[in-house]
Design a protein around this ligand. Structure first.
Ligand code: NAD
Length: 253
């Protein structure tokens, strides 16, 4: 995790004055997205089922503005309360980034249990939906931006991932499109990112090799975070309903 300070406080990529919620922000890609949004000038509230203290400290240490909440995205009342708190300063929320997800413990359908399916779909699909539901009343007040982290797995059937994870990420992409269609009239833009394989704790021990894609290496979290900061900014003013591939060329469809 790295925060380089306020690098671009002006221009179409600026998020100065914006308030953002990033879920799954205690580590990995979500932490880096929180840092990237704060670097562009947003106040960031980091949501995670883990304590997001390191992310908050990293942002504040670089001169940015952040706070956080320990919240399980599968619990709607907890999400709604935390979202209300995040938007409470002037009842304003401009940006929602949904990043919280789990990969599951198996990639084999033979070994798949009902509890494992429920857990993965619960966090990745229901959790994303609950965050959208809780954030929308706040986002509508100013015409907000939503960025959902999907996966190449949801587009091409997975690199190595299991059926429940693949299905959950396809559902995230579908929800992005639903949101973009139904909320455009309220000034809300919704886009997704489909990362390839990113060097985080989620994929440790899963057997991914750098050669999986033409660029010949895994992505760094910051390479996903930069795309998220762009999609969350006014610079992406004519983009909505898209799923942006950030996958080192693994899938070019
Ligand atoms: N790492 C990859 O190769 C890769 C590839 C494609 C997509 N993604 C997606 O990127 C996103 C971030 O993944 P990552 O690699 O940083 O994983 P990670 O496991 O490092 O981070 C996921 C974060 O989500 C949090 N989380 C899990 N369940 C939660 C819950 N119920 N409520 C709130 N927070 C919860 C975790 O505590 C963790 O901080 C995920 O949506 C993942 O599916 C990752």
């Amino acid at each position: 995790m790295s925060a380089a300070g306020l690098l671009h406080p002006e221009g179409p990529g600026s998020l100065v004055g914006d308030r953002a919620v990033v879920t799954g922000a205690a580590r990995g890609i979500g932490a880096q997205i929180a840092i990237e949004l704060a670097t562009a000038g947003a106040h960031v509230t980091a949501f995670d089922v883990r304590e997001p203290a390191d992310t908050i400290a990293s942002i504040r240490g670089a001169g940015g503005s952040a706070d956080g909440a320990v919240v399980d995205v599968t619990d709607f009342s907890a999400v709604q309360k935390a979202m209300g708190d995040a938007g409470s300063d002037g009842a304003r929320l401009d940006i929602l980034v949904t990043c919280a997800a789990i990969y599951g413990n198996t990639t084999s359908i033979t070994d798949l249990s009902e509890s494992e399916v429920d857990a993965v779909l619960g966090v990745n699909v229901k959790g994303t939906m609950w965050c959208m539901k809780a954030a929308l009343p706040l986002l509508r007040a100013h015409g907000g931006r939503v960025v959902c982290i999907g996966s190449v797995a949801g587009k091409v059937g997975g690199v190595l991932a299991g059926p429940h994870y693949v299905a959950s990420k396809g559902a995230v992409h579908a929800m992005v499109k639903w949101l973009a269609k139904t909320e455009a009239e309220n000034g809300i833009h919704a886009n997704g990112i489909a990362p390839g394989v990113v060097d985080t704790e989620m994929i440790v021990g899963q057997g991914y090799v750098p050669e999986y894609c033409p660029l010949g290496r895994l992505a760094e979290p910051q390479e996903i975070a930069r795309a998220a900061a762009f999609l969350a900014s006014p610079a992406a003013s004519y983009l909505t309903g898209t799923i942006v591939d950030v996958n080192g060329g693994y899938s070019m469809a």
